[in-house]
Design a protein around this ligand. Structure first.
Ligand SMILES: Cc1cc2nc3c(=O)[nH]c(=O)nc-3n(C[C@H](O)[C@H](O)[C@H](O)COP(=O)(O)OP(=O)(O)OC[C@H]3O[C@@H](n4cnc5c(N)ncnc54)[C@H](O)[C@@H]3O)c2cc1C
Length: 384
């Protein structure tokens, strides 16, 4: 067992940290205020390779391991969760899914363009009436000649309006229940494919969240991803990767809360000394540090398993659950330490708090993670 990062890991963390501080952090508040999608940031990120971190070089990625992937994700999550979400979807949900389940032609067609940011992708699983229980998808895929016709709606789709490519999950054979669900790779230009951006979100305001509308969208069979009926398995495998990315991003938020709290509490004076000198404030900071470091180690453990090709669903759920809850507590503590100033966007901690909230919802809510973890212990499925 080794808790030290290799020199390569340290180098990639430094690269990501410098980029995040120089190119992402300065515009984060303004993008949040104006709900502006971070297209300019993505353009700058592409030449460094961060849009295709773990994708093998032969398909246009950097070919980094999963620990490096978590380090990049943490550093970006530390400064802007909206950018981090955009990236998590692009890499973990879209690129890695095509890499794992796509045909050679699909990989060659889409991965290089995704890794350079030439195209943005989205992942359409959730629907207006179906979230946690993804076995009950209502979007349909009906066979039609040598292709398929898709109908339905997808809800809360990150990158939905800005993407040129969508992974969409649809029911192709209702008689088979979730074993009828099939995955497709849709290109934006298809007739009947529309989107509607969602505004007024609590947080993640500069990340694009949209409803996808599919009305008689005709696709060739070559747009199918994986086998007919394999869609549910593909979605769950993708979410495992997505949860890892969310967990790493949440560690970044928690670290940002520590950094902001240390800076503020050592400057701000009350009762004749810096507030960091008051024990109840010191306790808030200590709690944040303990939980953040525990969360980071849980992420690294899951990452090590993934790098070894070992099963990691349980460990990924533990990391995602703990890191997302810890980030929320850290953000709450950071606001407390900032007093009234913590309630205004003059300081970033209120954004950390708003942005952290969604980590407990997407890619499987906190409740769903608990049910997965307990299922590994008891062998009994309490989800359905
Ligand atoms: C900003 C944002 C971005 C998102 N991005 C995407 C995306 O890119 N792609 C995508 O497909 N989806 C995306 N989602 C959707 C997200 O994954 C879902 O919101 C989430 O899975 C929960 O589904 P739901 O909202 O339908 O809630 P529901 O499933 O209706 O759940 C509501 C509540 O009931 C609880 N609950 C449900 N079932 C159980 C159970 N068996 N036991 C205990 N409690 C239960 C849940 O934990 C939750 O508290 C996004 C959501 C948000 C807010």
């Amino acid at each position: 067992m080794d808790f030290d990062l290799t020199p390569e890991h340290q180098a990639i963390r430094t690269l990501a940290r410098d980029f995040a501080d120089r190119e992402i952090a300065p515009g984060a508040r303004e993008r949040d205020r104006s709900e502006t999608f971070p297209a300019d940031v993505l353009r700058k990120m592409a030449p460094i390779g961060f849009l295709g971190g773990p994708v093998p070089e032969e398909y246009g990625g950097m070919g980094v391991d999963m620990i490096s992937h978590s380090l990049i994700t943490e550093e970006i999550g530390r400064v802007d969760s909206s950018v981090r979400t955009t990236l998590s979807v692009q890499i973990s949900l879209v690129e890695m899914t095509i890499l794992r389940f796509g045909t050679e032609a699909q990989k060659r067609t889409y991965l290089p363009a995704l890794c350079t940011g030439e195209i943005i992708g989205c992942f359409g699983l959730t629907e207006p009436e179906v979230g946690s229980d993804a076995t009950k998808l209502r979007t349909t895929a009906k066979p039609d000649g040598d292709g398929w016709v898709l109908n339905g709606r997808k809800m809360w789709i990150s990158n939905g309006s800005v993407s040129k490519l969508a992974l969409v999950f649809a029911q192709a054979d209702p008689s088979k229940g979730h074993q009828g669900i099939t995955a497709f790779v849709l290109e934006r230009e298809r007739d009947g494919y529309g989107s509607q951006a969602i505004h007024g979100k609590l947080g993640l305001r500069s990340s694009d969240s949209s409803e996808l509308i599919l009305e008689n969208v005709r696709v060739p069979d070559s747009a199918r991803l994986g086998e007919i009926g394999e869609g549910f398995k593909i979605a769950m495998t993708s979410l495992d990767g997505g949860r890892y990315s969310v967990a790493a991003g949440a560690v970044g938020v928690a670290q940002a809360c520590i950094d902001a709290s240390v800076a503020y509490s050592t400057q701000r004076q009350a009762f004749g000394k810096p507030i960091a000198g008051h024990q109840l404030v010191a306790e808030l900071i200590a709690d944040m540090i303990v939980e953040t470091e525990a969360a980071r180690l849980l992420v690294w453990r899951a990452g090590q398993l993934k790098d070894r090709g070992a099963p990691s669903t349980r460990e990924t759920s533990i990391a995602k659950l703990y890191a997302s809850e810890a980030a929320q507590r850290a953000a709450d503590g950071a606001i407390q330490i900032h007093g009234g100033y913590g309630f205004s966007d003059e300081f970033p901690v209120e954004r950390y708090w708003r942005d952290a909230r969604v980590n407990r919802l997407y890619e499987g809510t906190t409740q769903i993670q608990k049910l997965i973890i307990a299922r590994f212990a008891t062998g009994i499925d309490a989800i359905g």
